[in-house]
Design a binder for this molecule. Structure first.
Ligand code: ACO
Length: 468
């Protein structure tokens, strides 16, 4: 018996943009050679599924679409989704094998070299590079909306003893409202994020909130709020401003990473895109993701001196030790992280312009050399990622390690906004994965007085052995 998936491959490929509407796909059969056949060997049931192509020669995908009929009782299991495309998107392309990263088709190397963060943020949102006039209008809009309301300032003060990631997540949540009544369109978050991130830094170190200086360009405005004294005095340094701008560009988007996927999941429920961004911020915090830059610095501190590197490399390889070399490895990049190459070159430039002799950079370099020659890391394709070097630059700029991930978010806001705008109002279904349930089968409720006698019901907590 044959089960055909509705919709021809032409239908689906023609509607290649994000937000295709499956309900409009007509029932046709026969996908020709651009298909796979799924066969249930228990029953002989077959389903023909179309293969959709990437516009860039990236991975093709099998379109599970509306797998139905005999296959209604079968789902796919892919923990962590390494084999699953969750959506269709036109924003960012990554080829992990070849180390390619492109925003709207433009290589990250060219953007980092020739563009600014404002231009890149415009590109990510609009799909095209701005003209001079368009860029000027966008920059003015970003300056005009840089202020945050008083309750956001109150939230920052109330949370001044928390990690800055908690502060900025809460402050962004305080801007959210019920969609679509929300007063903050998603792209205004690009304007407000520097005010929130910089003031999380100020307030957590005991300084007062500082209003954004709208006469300064975007990245300088951010650094001014970070480092100006209470009277607003700040000596800007073009090398640092440019380095920070590049860090923002390099972190601006990374397709369906954990935090962007989280934001897309939240917005798929119909929630305000602003609160979806706050959820993305929380997902970014973890040390396996955006929190790795802070973890790298803590690790370099712990290593302390070059001669202790072999000890830590051995620990990273020991399966009984949970220690990992932070800043190494990536779910997608399996040869090199193109952002790491760019930022590594930049770290040298910034440190020499600041006349900083950082022992940590020497340890980082040596660690990289040793790990790159080690069979364990070679076999698993573990290379330094962007976070391995960004912390060195941020430290040279006088940011404490707990500000590294908020600064990552400051760049990532451009991508998060582009993804929110791609999804809002489009008919992507609510994100709701299935699960493979392997818990207890149905059983009847056991009254309290019978539970001591029931087999398997007496669970003794480790810290209460007296309950045996
Ligand atoms: N140090 C030591 N071993 C590692 C490391 C590491 N940093 N990363 C992966 N491995 C090993 C794993 O132990 C595993 O070994 P095994 O096959 O013998 O069991 C193998 O490499 C594959 O590891 P996974 O965790 O399955 O790989 P995955 O692609 O799921 O994880 C991740 C990628 C989370 C980035 C991982 O490499 C890691 O934890 N790295 C350190 C944290 C880090 O730098 N994160 C930043 C990523 S970039 C970003 O999000 C901006």
């Amino acid at each position: 018996m044959s089960e055909k998936n509705p919709g021809s491959v032409e239908d689906r490929q023609a509607d290649h943009g994000a937000g295709r509407d499956y309900s409009q796909v007509t029932t046709k059969v026969g996908y020709g050679p651009n298909s796979v056949t799924l066969r249930d060997n228990r029953t002989g049931a077959e389903a023909e599924l179309p293969i959709l192509s990437s516009s860039t020669g990236g991975f093709d995908v099998i379109d599970l679409g509306r797998l139905s009929g005999d296959f209604n009782r079968l789902k796919t299991l892919d923990p962590g989704y390494p084999h699953t495309a969750s959506t269709v998107s036109n924003i960012t392309y990554i080829d992990g094998e070849q180390g390619i990263l492109q925003y709207r088709g433009y290589p990250i190397e060219q953007l980092a070299e020739q563009s600014t963060f404002m231009e890149t943020a415009y590109l990510l949102r609009e799909g095209e590079l701005p003209t001079k006039d368009q860029l000027a209008v966008f920059e003015q809009e970003m300056a005009d909306h840089a202020n945050v309301p008083d309750d956001v300032v109150d939230v920052l003060y109330a949370m001044r003893n928390k990690h800055p990631m908690a502060m900025i997540s809460a402050a962004v949540t305080a801007l959210a409202d019920e969609h679509p009544q929300s007063q903050v369109p998603p792209h205004h978050m690009i304007a407000k994020m520097p005010t929130i991130v910089a003031n999380a830094f100020r307030i957590s170190r005991g300084d007062d909130f500082m209003e954004p200086d709208k006469n300064r360009p975007y990245t300088e405005r951010f650094l001014h709020m970070c480092f100006a004294d209470d009277r607003g005095r700040y000596e800007s340094n073009p090398v640092l401003t440019e380095a920070m701008d590049k860090i923002f560009i390099l972190h601006a988007d990374h397709e369906q990473n954990a935090s962007t996927s989280t934001a897309r999941t939240v917005v798929s429920t119909g929630a305000d895109p602003v609160v979806a961004i706050a959820s993305g911020i929380n997902a970014l915090w973890g040390p396996k993701h955006g929190g790795a830059n802070q973890a790298v610095l803590l690790m370099l501190d712990e290593i302390g001196t070059v001669d202790r590197i072999p000890e830590f490399v051995a620990r990273a390889k020991d399966k009984d030790d949970s220690f990992r070399l932070m800043g190494f490895g990536h779910r997608i990049y399996k040869n090199f992280d193109p952002r790491a190459r760019i930022i590594k070159a930049h770290a040298d430039e910034v440190l020499s312009s600041l006349h900083v002799q950082d022992e940590k950079l020497a340890i980082a370099r040596e660690l990289e050399q040793i790990a790159l020659q080690d069979e364990y890391f070679i076999a698993r394709k573990l290379y330094p990622n962007v976070d391995f070097y960004s912390g060195i630059i941020l430290r040279a700029m006088n940011f404490p390690p707990n500000m590294f991930t908020p600064i990552f978010e400051q760049g990532r806001i451009a991508g998060q906004v582009a993804h929110m705008e791609e999804v809002v109002g489009k008919p992507d279904p609510i994100t709701r994965p299935y699960q493979l349930y392997q818990g207890p089968k149905k059983r009847d409720f056991v009254p309290m007085e019978r539970r001591d006698d029931e087999p398997g019901m007496t669970i003794v907590p480790d810290d209460h052995p007296e309950l045996v």
